[in-house]
Design a protein around this ligand. Structure first.
Ligand code: ADP
Ligand code: ADP
Length: 225
C-alpha cells in the first residue's frame, strides 16, 4: 500500500463549499474510514483522491508523487462502489480481467492473476458465471476482485456495503477485513455506519459541514472513560 497525504485539499462550487481545506496523512496499508452525515463532504474528498473531482485548492500526494494534475487512470487507484458497477453482460472472469486487459497484460498472466484474485475473494471456479447469476454478496466480492486485481496503490470504497441487508453486511465486513489483510493495500473507506467504521478501521475521520471535526483510532473516539 501507498502513503496518502492530503494537504489543505478544498473544493468549492461557486458559493457552496463542499470541502473546507482538509489535511490528512494515511499510512501505507492503513484501513482509514470517513464517516459523517449526507452532505458532509465524504464523496468530494474521495473524488478528489480518485481524480474525478478537481480540487479548488491543496495538494494530494501518493507515495510522494503530486497527483492533482494526473488523470484518474494514471493514479493507480482501485474503486469499489455501492452499486458494484460491474459489467452485467460479461462473465465474472471477464469483469475481473477487464483492468488487466486495458493495461495490455498478456493473456496467460491475465488468467493467472484473475484466478488468484477469485480465490482471494473466495469465488474460485466461478469465472464462467454470468454476473446476474450471483447473489449481492458475491457481486460485491467480484467488485473487490476487479478493483484489486492490478495491485492498485490505494483502494477507495464508497459505501460498498450500503446495498446489502444487515446480516450480509456484517458477513461482508469480515470478508473485506480478510481481503485487506491479504492484499495489504491502503484503504480509504466511506460509510455512514459508525459501528461498521469502528469494526473495520485502523483510524476514522468524522466529517461534518465539509470538514473533519474529529479523528483517531476507534477506541479513542468511541470509548469514554
Ligand atoms: P457526502 O458524500 O458526505 O454526502 P458530498 O461530498 O457529496 O457529501 O457533498 C458535500 C457538499 O457539497 C454538499 O453540500 C453538496 O450539496 C455539495 N455538492 C456536491 N457536489 C456538488 C455539485 N456538483 N455542485 C454543487 N454542490 C455540490
Ligand atoms: P487463451 O489465451 O487460452 O485464449 P484468455 O485468457 O485469452 O485465454 O481467455 C479467453 C476467454 O476465456 C476469456 O475471455 C474468458 O472469457 C475465458 N476464460 C479464460 N479463463 C477462464 C477461467 N478461468 N474461467 C472462466 N473463463 C475463462
Amino acid at each position: 500500500g501507498a502513503r496518502l497525504v492530503l494537504r489543505d485539499v478544498a473544493k468549492r462550487y461557486g458559493d457552496v463549499t463542499a470541502l473546507e481545506p482538509t489535511s490528512i496523512e494515511i499510512e501505507p496499508g492503513e484501513f482509514f474510514s470517513l464517516i459523517g452525515p449526507s452532505g458532509s463532504g465524504k464523496s468530494t474528498l474521495l473524488g478528489a483522491v480518485a481524480g474525478f473531482i478537481p480540487p479548488t485548492g491543496g495538494h494530494i500526494e501518493i507515495d510522494g508523487d503530486d497527483v492533482v494534475s494526473m488523470p484518474p487512470f494514471r493514479r493507480n487507484i482501485g474503486m469499489v462502489f455501492q452499486n458494484y458497477a460491474l459489467f452485467p453482460h460479461m462473465s465474472v472472469f471477464d469483469n475481473v480481467a477487464f483492468p488487466l486487459r486495458l493495461r495490455k497484460m498478456a493473456a496467460r498472466d491475465v488468467r493467472e492473476r484473475v484466478e488468484r484474485m477469485l480465490a482471494t475473494v473466495r469465488l474460485p471456479d466461478m469465472g464462467k458465471r454470468a454476473i446476474g447469476q450471483l447473489s449481492g454478496g458475491q457481486q460485491q466480492r467480484v467488485a473487490l476482485a476487479r478493483a484489486a486485481v492490478y495491485d492498485p496503490r490505494i483502494l477507495l470504497m464508497d459505501e460498498p456495503l450500503g446495498a446489502l441487508d444487515k446480516n450480509l453486511r456484517e458477513e461482508m465486513q469480515f470478508e473485506i477485513k480478510a481481503f485487506h489483510r491479504q492484499i495489504r493495500a491502503t484503504i480509504l473507506y466511506v460509510t455512514h455506519d459508525q459501528d461498521e467504521a469502528a469494526t473495520m478501521s485502523d483510524r476514522i475521520a468524522i466529517m461534518n459541514g465539509g470538514r473533519i471535526i474529529q479523528h483517531g483510532r476507534p477506541r479513542e473516539l468511541y470509548e469514554h472513560p
